[in-house]
Design a protein. Structure first.
Length: 171
């Protein structure tokens, strides 16, 4: 009995089709957009256009040359819209695509993606725009260092590889 159950389980596992992920991505030279397909596919062209427009504007305004692509994650995990950005350890933006609460917001719905992409990309620019000293330490440590609780000394390496300026300088 046990032996036949083992064979049946082995057969089921051997013949099972590989699981397909729901995530899809669109990549350009400058950005990578990851989204849940097919539910969010309709939004990707607009999100990509607004992000590339914001990128072109900020490159011209701040003289910013990114060290890597900006990763954008479009998700709908919450009941309200929100966004966040970071540059450590990778340049990334997370956008909650649910509608914003208009009780305290002033963003119009039709311009929301444009406003969010511009706003969040300024955060990435200000956190990623490295000085020559930052670039030397990034080369030494193999990139930007993420501080970890398990390794308290990593905060020192984080400090050496990440800019600490309040805002990028305009050119």
């Amino acid at each position: 009995m046990l032996r036949s159950t083992g064979w049946a389980l082995s057969l089921v596992l051997f013949l099972a089709a590989p699981a397909g992920a729901q995530l899809a991505k669109v990549e350009t030279e400058r950005v990578r957009i990851v989204y849940v397909a097919p539910a969010e596919t309709y939004l990707v062209p607009h999100a990509a256009r607004t992000l590339l427009n914001a990128d072109a504007f900020l490159r011209k305004l701040f003289g910013y040359e990114p060290t890597e692509r900006v990763n954008v994650l479009l998700v709908d995990f919450q009941d309200y819209g929100n966004a966040g950005a970071t540059s450590v350890p990778r340049n990334s933006i997370r956008v909650q695509i649910a509608p914003l609460s208009f009780a305290f917001e002033t963003i119009t719905a039709n311009e929301r993606m444009n406003t969010i992409m511009n706003h969040e990309l300024v955060h990435v620019v200000s956190m990623d725009q490295a000085t020559s000293r930052d670039r030397r330490f990034r080369t030494l440590f193999g990139g930007k260092v993420m501080p970890m609780a398990e390794q308290p000394e990593a905060i020192l390496y984080f400090y050496l590889t990440t800019p600490r300026v309040a805002a990028p300088r305009c050119r």
